[in-house]
Design a protein around this ligand. Structure first.
Ligand SMILES: *Cc1c(COP(=O)(O)O)cnc(C)c1O
Length: 379
């Protein structure tokens, strides 16, 4: 058995990356909104069927744009899951809004609609939902609450490019959706992101916010003969160098996804008996959702056994990390947020989750080695 380390994640390398980068450097146009931005944006719109998409410098900046577009302010509350990445909350807190933490559903790690319903007040302006691991949250129930109470739904879809819920592409179901192209994500360009929109009015404003508050995008289309300061904004557009890498990656999207699903399916099949014998919960995907194989995780009965399993795998050269630390009890969460009901399922999920190595080029013998190492451990 080989003893090379099995790392948790390795950024994908697409074959056209270097050629695309050379083309950008040779073109004297490496700032944003050039031909690779246009090409990558078109590919994202095809994958997601989003009417509008804007590349951004990160998913965090796309979430910040969402906060600006929703005109969040200090009077507003935004409901966010306790079990989440910091950007999900801090992008809203940056606008002065209060984060109201809600609990998750233990089956998927996603925002629980009942906890959301209990957290709604007349100040609730939005809910931010994560599709954890690329498995959709319970969107119909969240959309029903949003319609009933008149708040927006932001999908932090950093994990879910290409996934769907009841046939609808993730990132296009709520008011606004965001994507991440950080190099730990399925498709990457080092650092990058995108904002997906369906609403024409929000799109017109988003273009301006992304370009330092100017109507440069309209100018580039020839719709106005000069551009000027129109609105508040920032610099949220990525350079063509990033877009060039992203475009090369999107050319190979299907191969990336099938490589990841091969690993995911092998874990699901290879761990099922062991999980049943050891009271371990494997990642599950409800029938009405197509997932993206962003993560493969399992959950042990206790935190102690989770830490022991991580140690056991590390001793065999396999890195298998835990994940988010609950936001509601974090220093900033305590200061900038409010937790109407204790998020007990989030704490339990956070304390028992382990993620297994998963990337498209992980070899079958390495996958077999991970399965062998995991199943040699009795929980
Ligand atoms: C990675 C991630 C982000 C942040 O993405 P960046 O592109 O690094 O800003 C936000 N939310 C979730 C759920 C993530 O996994």
């Amino acid at each position: 058995m080989s003893t090379d380390r099995v790392i948790f994640s390795r950024p994908f390398r697409a074959s056209r990356e270097l050629a695309n980068l050379e083309a950008v450097l040779a073109s004297d146009h490496s700032h944003g909104d050039g031909q690779f931005t246009a090409s990558a944006t078109a590919k994202l719109k095809t994958i997601t069927r989003a009417p509008h998409a804007l590349l951004t410098t990160s998913c965090t900046s796309a979430l910040e744009m969402a906060g600006l577009l929703l005109e969040l302010g200090p009077e507003d509350e935004v409901i966010v899951p306790s079990f989440a990445f910091t950007s999900t909350a801090t992008s809203m807190a940056l606008r002065g809004a209060t984060c109201v933490f809600a609990d998750i559903d233990s089956a998927t790690g996603n925002l629980d609609p009942e906890s959301v319903a209990a957290a709604v007040t007349e100040r609730t302006k939005a809910v931010v939902v994560i599709h954890y691991g690329g498995v959709a949250a319970d969107m119909d129930r969240l959309l029903a609450l949003a319609a009933q109470h008149g708040f927006a739904v932001v999908e932090d879809n950093a994990h879910g490019l290409g996934g769907s819920y009841r046939g609808r592409p993730l990132g296009t179901i709520g008011t606004l959706g965001t994507l991440s192209f950080h190099d730990t994500k399925n498709v990457h360009c080092g650092e990058g992101g995108a904002l997906l929109l369906t609403d024409e009015i929000l799109m017109a404003r988003a273009e301006i916010i992304r370009e330092k508050g100017t109507d440069r995008a309209r100018f580039l289309r020839g719709a106005v003969d000069k551009y000027s300061w129109q609105d508040i904004g920032s610099s949220y557009l990525p350079s063509e160098l990033n877009a060039a890498v992203l475009d090369a990656q999107l050319d190979e999207f299907d191969a990336i996804q099938s490589g990841r699903h091969r690993v995911w399916d092998a874990y699901a099949a290879g761990l099922a008996d062991w999980a049943a014998r050891n009271d371990v919960r494997l990642m599950t995907v409800p029938d009405d959702r197509a997932h993206t194989a962003h993560l493969y995780y399992l959950r042990t009965p206790t935190e102690q056994r989770r830490d022991d399993l991580i140690g056991h795998l590390a001793s065999l050269g396999i890195s298998a990390p835990f994940h988010y630390v609950p936001l509601d009890s974090s220093p900033a969460g305590l200061k900038l947020g409010r937790t109407p009901r204790a998020c007990v399922r989030s704490a339990e999920f956070s304390g028992t989750v382990v993620r297994l190595p998963l990337w498209p080029d992980l070899r079958d013998d390495q996958v077999a080695r991970v399965i062998e190492a995991v199943t040699a451990f009795s929980v």
